[in-house]
Design a protein around this ligand. Structure first.
Ligand code: UDX
Length: 447
């Protein structure tokens, strides 16, 4: 059992801390927010993440997991101190390291004579770990052994607990063999393969991985747009491509764009990192531009089908979170979409199983929040599916027929097989797949 301190109880810090306590370590998470710390000590998770609250309660009860606002308690004799604070985006897209720098100062102020292995979980630009070491040693009033290790996370929100135990790799970047071995030992019970490298490469692996996944999504979205115009079906195209093991079948779902706390921020940050060494990352800039175009697709379809425009029309938005199984609204496609629809005079009635409280802070004030899917759809002129929650995927298509003024569905996440849609009496538009139109079924001209 190792004694571990985690600084920052956002999504990454909390999941990491809870999981490390669950595999037997003595973990103390430190955060400056007193109310949040008090709640977490009672086993209440500040974020919605399947399985997390249960693991929190279990490990608090067996004495492995603690929360405090006091750095000196958390750092006392810690074998490893994990930095998991935010690195928000600056106006120019680069990562703001103010929180990381503050943690470095806190470590210098409170680390005990044992010294520390400082592990960076936060996504930080290449070179930051060495800066962290510099910030700590510069602020220290005595000579101590401080080692830094880059150990980026690759967890997906909504399945972070599962991913922790079933990850593809644990990346450890360190100059010190001893420090790397400590982090290897700490993580051993997860049974996930370890990839050991230098600090700078580890930092880059995180950015490059996220940028590559974002590129896969933008690529398939572009192919989807072309498929839509040519009458091909993006799902079959993606499946056929994905059977080639060199391509892989994951992250080839076309839709109205990626969101969340990582891809939008990390892609922009990597463009900045490249710019810092006088390289224009053309490919990644295109990935970002393509993603920004995707939210216009449902708007264009809605304007095309409602020929008089969207003024005064009721639009049901199904799903608001950036993806299912999370209440996270950060960079969700729903934010841009709701603004575009509102600007065109639409009346939005929105429903999301759990993200509505967070959405209220981000969407236009005029958005109405419905208590159920049916209420959102009631009397609507058009429905737009924004997030592929199971609740929407399992919805009998007859509900659209029964509730809506006219059953026009724009599916931004390709939730239903076209063969199923063909059995229903709805007009159905999706991303990169042929439309299924009632008029066409009865051999009348479409639109
Ligand atoms: C991502 C990375 O997967 C994870 O490794 C990293 O640590 C953090 O960023 P996350 O943001 O939680 O995780 O979600 P993810 O499941 O990767 O989805 C990101 C976005 O891409 C979502 O908006 C999702 O809807 C979209 N997406 C994903 C697609 O549009 N198509 C796909 O095929 C896959």
């Amino acid at each position: 059992m190792k004694k571990i301190a985690i600084v920052g109880t956002g999504y990454v810090g909390l999941v990491t801390g809870v999981a490390l306590s669950d595999i037997g370590h003595d973990v103390t998470c430190v955060d400056i927010d007193e109310t949040k710390v008090a709640k977490m000590n009672q086993g209440l998770s500040p974020i919605y993440e399947p399985g997390l609250a249960e693991l929190m309660t279990k490990n608090i009860e067996r004495g492995n997991l603690h929360f405090t606002t006091d750095h000196s308690i958390a750092f006392h004799d810690a074998d490893a101190i994990y930095i998991a604070v935010g690195t928000p985006e600056r106006a120019d897209g680069s990562a703001n390291l103010d929180f990381v720098q503050q943690v470095a100062r806190d470590i210098a102020a409170h680390v005990t004579d044992k010294g520390a292995v400082v592990v960076t979980k936060s996504t930080v630009p290449v070179g930051t770990n060495k800066l962290v070491k510099h910030w700590i040693t510069e602020a220290l009033d005595r000579d101590l052994q401080i080692d830094v290790v880059s150990n980026p996370e690759f967890l997906r929100e909504g399945s972070a607990v599962h991913d922790t135990y079933n990850g593809d790799r644990i990346v450890i970047g360190s100059e010190s063999e001893e420090a790397a071995n400590l982090i290897k030992e700490i993580n051993k019970p997860f049974g996930v393969p370890v990839f050991r490298t230098d600090i700078e490469s580890a930092e880059m692996i995180k950015y490059a991985s996220n940028a590559f996944l974002a590129a896969k999504i933008s690529f398939i979205n572009e192919i989807g747009t072309i498929c839509g115009k040519l009458g091909a079906n993006i799902e079959d195209v993606a499946q056929g491509m994905g059977m080639d093991k060199r391509i892989g079948d994951k992250f080839l779902n076309a839709g109205i764009g990626y969101g969340g706390s990582c891809f939008p921020k990390d892609t922009k940050a990597l463009v900045q990192i490249a710019g810092g060494v006088n390289h224009t990352f053309d490919l990644l800039e295109s990935v970002i531009n393509v993603n920004n175009k995707q939210q216009q697709i449902p708007v264009d379809i809605a304007q095309m089908v409602l020929r008089g425009g969207l003024q005064g029309k009721k639009v049901a938005m199904l799903g608001l979170a950036f993806k299912p199984n999370t209440d996270d609204m950060r960079e969700s496609a729903s934010i841009v979409l709701a603004q575009k629809l509102t600007d065109l005079g639409a009346n939005i009635s929105a429903f999301d199983p759990i993200a509505m409280d967070n959405a209220k802070r981000l969407l236009p004030e005029t958005v109405h929040y419905a208590a159920s899917t049916k209420e959102a759809l009631h009397d609507a002129d058009v429905a737009i599916i924004v997030t592929e929650w199971d609740e929407f995927k399992d919805l009998p298509l007859t509900v659209f027929e029964q509730e809506m003024k006219q059953p026009i569905v724009i599916d931004g996440r390709n939730c239903y097989p076209l063969s199923y849609v063909e059995t229903a009496n709805i007009d159905y538009y999706s991303i990169g797949r042929p439309s299924v139109i009632r008029a066409k079924k009865s051999n009348q001209p479409a639109n």
